[in-house]
Every structure is written in structure tokens, then in C-alpha cells.
Write a protein that binds this ligand. Structure first.
Ligand code: FES
Length: 115
């Protein structure tokens, strides 16, 4: 008899977007991404984006491979990369992009598939 319980099957609730925040110290030497990531749940909750099919998953990462002009934030599935994200810009990204689906074009420095 094997006492090891079977592994739990992975489960994923529906979601609409995934946002990753760089909290590393190369793109933003004072690591301002950490404060952005800390604020994100509150903003997502306020805009009704924490649960249901419009849900936005979030994650922090120590580096997104850019390492300049940060904090850097990337949103999928669009593959839109934002640089120099301030708390004010984060708020716009949440309301305009994540809630309303309109990219904040003037803050984008790269798009998935672009050269
Ligand atoms: S440390 Fe932020 S992109 Fe590398």
C-alpha cells in the first residue's frame, strides 16, 4: 500500500489578462516596482478585476530582461510592455487597459511580435 496521496490536479479559473511587474533593482535602482506590485490588488479589486471572467492575474518577477527605464510592466495576452511606470501610470494601465481594453499607447515601448 502506497501512503503517498495522489498529486492534486492543477486547476485554473478563467481569466482575461496577466500582468507582470518587475520588482528588480536594475531597471529601477530604487526598486519602485515593489510599491507598484503592492498597490495592484487594491486597484484590481476596485475595478472589479479580481474575480470572474475579467479577472486579471498578477505576478512579480525579479527581472524581465530589460533592465533600464523601469519599473517595467508587461500585460498579456497583448504582449504590451510599459516602461517608467509610476503609481499614476499604473492606475491608468489598470483602468484604461486592464478594465477597458485600450492600451495606454504613449507609455508602450515594445509589443509582442514587433522587431
Ligand atoms: S531588473 Fe527590471 S527588467 Fe531587469
Amino acid at each position: 500500500m502506497d501512503p503517498t496521496p495522489p498529486p492534486l490536479a492543477p486547476l485554473m479559473e478563467p481569466y482575461a489578462r496577466h500582468v507582470l511587474v518587475c520588482t528588480g533593482g536594475y531597471c529601477s535602482p530604487d526598486r519602485r516596482g515593489r510599491e507598484l506590485y503592492r498597490r495592484l490588488p487594491e486597484l484590481l479589486q476596485r475595478e472589479g478585476l479580481l474575480f470572474g471572467p475579467r479577472r486579471v492575474k498578477r505576478g512579480e518577477t525579479p527581472c524581465l530582461g530589460v533592465c533600464a527605464g523601469g519599473p517595467v510592466v508587461v500585460v498579456y495576452p497583448e504582449g504590451v510592455w510599459y516602461a517608467g511606470v509610476t503609481p499614476q501610470l499604473l492606475e491608468r494601465i489598470v483602468t484604461q487597459h486592464l478594465r477597458d481594453g485600450r492600451v495606454v499607447d504613449e507609455a508602450v515601448f515594445h509589443r509582442l511580435g514587433a522587431p
